[in-house]
Write a protein of this length. Structure first.
Length: 76
């Protein structure tokens, strides 16, 4: 997730006191991590994004098995 990478880079730059990050508040550095937690713990469960992805994968595998069975019966 891009926000996590941004947060890690900002934390490293702040810790090393490089460029404008040296004077930046730690609250700004922590903001991407807070947004990642909100995304994973609030937004994904509300919209059931993880369940939709699992369901799509299950349907893909089911269709694959059905096609395999159909092609096997046609060869008999």
């Amino acid at each position: 997730m891009p926000l996590l990478v941004i947060g890690i880079l900002m934390a490293l730059l702040k810790f090393a006191e490089i460029g404008p990050f040296a004077k930046m508040s730690w609250w700004w550095v922590a903001l991407p991590f807070v947004l990642v937690v909100i995304w994973w713990e609030v937004i994904v469960p509300i919209f059931a994004l993880d369940k939709k992805k699992e369901h799509e994968e299950f349907e893909r595998e089911r269709k694959k098995r059905m096609d395999k069975n159909r092609s096997g019966r046609a060869n008999m």
